[in-house]
Design a protein around this ligand. Structure first.
Ligand code: HAM
Length: 438
């Protein structure tokens, strides 16, 4: 073998993506299980699509940073530019646009795709994450925003997170557009520069932020700062003054907050600095944050995007939705010790004493599997004591040891490991016995 061939390959996964060992997979499945139960209780139907999309889909409208700096794009063997999806919204909009005539609106759809973004991997941000997307298409009233935000809140509650442990921050693109456009008449490039800057405000420190703002906003900095630093909705409204231009956005925020309050959701706050990075939002936008400073990244992000279907040359369809990532919610559940303790999906292990025991155990296992009991057989010649130790380490609740006595008598001793209780049973009664235990 050549020197080159002998070089060992790394066992690390590609930077920023994760391997899911069975213990991680169990957590992932738990998280997805809770999510699915809640979204389905709101009547959302599951859809899916390919990881690969034409790169053009994201060039039309997604947000400059994502397209220019964060997409994984390559040219396929046929010379087409292909992108690993960095978000699901353009895909679902494409699917809805394609079948617009046949679909029965309003649609309530959800999916949990994996997404790829070329980010600097850090706590709460990786290059691959799974993201619940829940969206309503075809509902123009604010009831859609209220439903979507209440769905997000229900998911947090279903995980056992208390209302005082998370905050729902809301703003409106209409207000942002009014301030940047009508009020200050900033040119287009300044607007996106400011939006990015304001998005990073918390991470920058007041003095650095002010200096950066001054470079972008010039003599309008002080007035802009007063607006950005307003403590609450009332103070902000006062600083803004009463004009028709921003009224729609302000009224929408008031209605959404009041409607959510009526539903018992009171951890909603107006946040005029909430920008959301995507170009397609047109109205109310929101994000959910953990109150614990260890988890600074948003858990959910979404809003209204009524014009996105236009990029396909189709009629507009009003749309509201959000994305919620698996990385950040897992951090939160770990922070508050809300993940359930690991349990085995394997119900029963058959320990074996010799080759004959293995043969008989294989037959018993087949019989039990046909009755929906998950069973493994030990094929090793290890001592029974060691076999049992391995069963305990895997948290498998039941064990049966099989040797010549069992083969002769046809009777099996089922041991429940937690209590140490043993029950002698005909093999045909084992499945029923296990099922009858709680
Ligand atoms: P987004 O704010 O980019 O929105 O992502 C939504 C959520 O996905 C974030 O709050 C975070 O939990 C998670 N997330 C995003 N990027 C990463 C990453 N690199 N690593 C780990 N988690 C991440 C969207 O993607 C919109 N398309 C959501 C949407 C759906 N708007 C309307 N409908």
């Amino acid at each position: 073998m050549s020197e080159e061939k002998k070089q060992k390959l790394s066992t690390d996964s590609y930077k920023g993506v994760r391997d899911f060992y069975p213990a991680d997979m169990a957590i992932q499945n738990y998280i997805f299980g809770v999510i699915k139960k809640v979204v389905e209780s709101y009547g959302y139907l599951e859809y899916s699509a390919s990881i690969l999309e034409s790169a053009d889909l994201y060039k039309a409208k997604t947000g400059e940073e994502i397209v220019n700096e964060q997409t994984y794009t390559f040219t396929d063997r046929g010379g087409r530019e292909v992108t690993l999806r960095p978000e699901m919204t353009p895909t679902v909009a494409r699917m809805v646009a394609k079948n617009q005539k046949a679909l029965l609106f309003p649609l309530r759809w959800y999916s949990i795709p994996n997404l790829f973004r070329y980010e600097q991997p850090q706590r709460g941000r990786l290059r691959e994450h799974w993201q619940l997307n829940a969206d309503i298409f075809g509902e123009k009233s604010l009831h859609a925003e209220v439903e979507i935000i209440s769905l997000a809140s229900s998911i947090m509650r279903a995980f056992g997170v208390k209302d005082n442990q998370f905050e729902i921050r809301i703003n409106s693109r209409k207000i942002i557009n009014y301030i940047f456009g009508e009020l200050f008449a900033f040119p287009e490039e300044t607007r996106s520069e400011l939006a990015k800057l304001i998005d990073k405000k918390e991470k920058m420190g007041a003095a650095v932020f002010k200096a950066a703002l001054k470079t972008a906003a010039g003599e309008k900095t002080d007035k802009l700062l007063t607006l950005l630093n307003s403590k609450n909705f009332e103070e902000f409204a006062k600083s803004l003054g009463e004009t028709a231009g921003e009224k729609a956005g302000m009224d929408e925020i008031k209605t959404v907050i009041a409607s959510l309050e009526k539903l018992g959701i009171t951890n909603v706050v107006f946040d005029q600095t909430l920008m959301r990075g995507f170009d397609y939002y047109t109205g109310v936008v929101f994000e959910i944050f953990d109150q614990n400073p260890d988890n600074r990244r948003s858990l959910f992000g979404g809003g209204r995007y009524d014009d996105l279907l236009e990029i396909f040359g189709k009629e507009k369809v009003p749309a509201v939705g959000f994305g919620m990532g698996d990385v950040t919610i897992r951090d939160v559940l770990e922070t508050y010790s809300l993940l359930p303790s690991p349990t085995s999906k394997i119900k029963l292990a058959l320990c074996t004493i010799d080759e004959n025991g293995i043969g008989y155990a294989e037959e018993v296992a087949q019989e039990l599997r046909a009755q929906d009991i998950s069973v493994i057989v030990n094929y090793s010649d290890k001592k029974v004591g060691d076999q049992i130790k391995s069963v305990v380490r895997q948290s498998i609740p039941y064990v049966i040891c099989i040797g010549s006595d069992e083969i002769k008598s046809g009777k099996l001793k089922l041991k429940e490991l937690a209590s140490g209780k043993e029950t002698e049973l005909e093999s045909s009664n084992v499945a029923m016995h296990i099922k009858n235990q709680k």
